[in-house]
Write a new protein. Structure first.
Length: 100
């Protein structure tokens, strides 16, 4: 789900961002010009906002599975939860959506 959703987000960023918001990506999401606060203009679509939270949920389940599957799997899941939890808490989760 995360991979397909991220592919859709990348497509929207590349081909539809200017039509949707009037500004191309990634400039729209990362600019700090004071108009929309330090986080830029926010997510382009709801999918950009919710996909990292879905990935965070997968990471939490992976931590439980990592207890049985081994240290490498557990470390990967822990890193995923830390990164996704941080960006979701800071309200900039849309910046990592294309990287999923």
């Amino acid at each position: 789900i995360s991979g397909v959703g991220a592919a859709i987000c990348v497509y929207l960023n590349e081909f539809a961002a200017e039509e949707i918001s009037g500004v191309s990506e990634p400039l729209r999401s990362i600019r700090c010009d004071g108009e929309a606060g330090a986080g830029g203009d926010g997510p382009l679509t709801s999918l950009h906002r919710i996909l990292p939270a879905i990935t965070l949920g997968y990471g939490m389940c992976d931590i439980l599975e990592g207890l049985d599957l081994g240290r490498d799997f557990l470390l990967h899941a822990t890193a995923l939860v830390l990164v996704m939890g941080t960006v979701c808490e800071l309200g900039v989760s849309h910046t990592v959506t294309p990287m999923l």
